[in-house]
Design a protein around this ligand. Structure first.
Ligand code: PMV
Length: 338
């Protein structure tokens, strides 16, 4: 049986949300703003919106940022239209339209922007470049407009661009409190101050191709049609608590097991949606089997996956050589390198 539910109707528009925040801000414009934000990988995933207008999530999530992998963005004022560049070229239409629609939330009448954004990770291949993209953009815009928002406020504004961007304001571990308020003012991210020097993330790229179903459409379809989605919020809450405990205790097996199980549970909810949603490619599945086989042999290795075919491995420094031997193409990220 296919279950159809509808999203809770929010009461506030995103424009109103921004207006409310801007009331608290200064306006002392500069000639340019420039900022970097790291990509982040969720260990407890955000999957499902309780309010689609304000990007308010059903559940809290927890992520690790990818250090130097992310987005650098420069913003200036432009004369008669927005000019949007991605990796040194005019941005594709859909990308430029999404950024301009986001900029609409902040522009005064007749105000336009030039945005130059560069990713050092593949765009939209499930490597969370929209997260670092919107976080870098709002930080750069804050400098250009001279608002002086704090990271918590910036995280709420990044949230309006892409939910996972909420967590990309910080290095290291970040938590995004789902919040309960209808106005979204308690749905922001904060850092978890728990450096873990030996932790490693390994990126196994299966495909650079742009995904067919974006995460908003994927989440909405899952929430509206998947029987399994009913179980998701409780599992996410439990995983979120366990991950926090694992991080504080630096208990790596607990972190790895919880993160991998959380990702697989999220993908199970998607596959039970209708039409079914499967972001995996055959190669993703064979890589998963390789991880499981290595673990059976005693290697402490886990993975997580987002709305795309790529795997992100989780392991400790002491096992880096063994992981590289098994997966020669792995790109190793050291999240806590300075
Ligand atoms: O930020 P969005 O709307 O692209 O959604 C991100 C969804 C996941 O990457 C699958 C999970 C997460 O928490 O990042």
């Amino acid at each position: 049986m296919i279950r159809i539910t509808t999203l809770n109707g929010g009461t506030m528009t995103r424009q109103k949300f921004v207006e409310n925040l801007l009331k608290r801000a200064d306006v002392k414009t500069a000639a340019r703003g420039e900022a970097f934000a790291p990509a982040n990988i969720a260990l407890c995933k955000y999957w499902g919106k309780r309010d689609a207008e304000l990007n308010l999530p059903v559940n809290s999530s927890l992520s690790i940022s990818l250090g130097k992998l992310g987005t650098r963005t420069v913003v200036k004022f432009a004369k008669s239209a927005d000019r949007i560049f991605l990796n040194g070229k005019h941005a594709p239409k859909a990308f430029a339209a999404r950024l301009s629609a986001y900029l609409d939330l902040f522009r005064a009448d007749g105000q336009f922007f030039e945005v130059r954004t560069k990713n050092n990770i593949p765009t939209a291949a499930g490597l969370a470049s929209s997260a670092s993209g919107f976080a870098a953009l709002i930080k750069a815009l804050d400098q250009l407009m001279g608002w002086g928002f704090n990271p918590r406020e910036l995280s709420m504004l990044a949230r309006l661009g892409s939910g996972s961007a909420t967590r990309s304001l910080y290095d290291g571990f970040a938590i995004w409190n789902a919040g309960q308020r209808a106005d979204g003012m308690d749905s922001y991210a904060e850092p978890l101050d728990a450096p873990w020097d030996s932790l490693r993330v390994g990126i196994l790229e299966v495909s650079k191709a742009r995904k067919k179903t974006g995460s908003t459409e994927g989440m909405n379809r899952t929430r509206e049609t998947s029987e399994l989605y009913e179980a998701w919020p409780a599992q996410a809450d439990c995983d979120y608590d366990e991950l926090r405990t694992a991080i504080v205790a630096q208990d790596f097996p607990m972190l790895g097991k919880t993160a991998e199980n959380n990702a697989l549970a999220m993908h199970a909810t998607m596959m039970a949606a209708w039409p079914p949603l499967c972001y995996w490619k055959p190669q993703s599945v064979s890589l998963m089997h390789k991880v499981w086989a290595a673990r059976e042999e005693g290697l402490e290795l886990y993975f997580t996956m987002d709305a795309g075919p790529n795997l992100k491995l989780l392991f400790l420094q002491e096992n880096q050589a063994a992981v590289k031997k098994l997966f020669p193409k792995v790109q190793v990220v050291i999240p806590f390198s300075s």
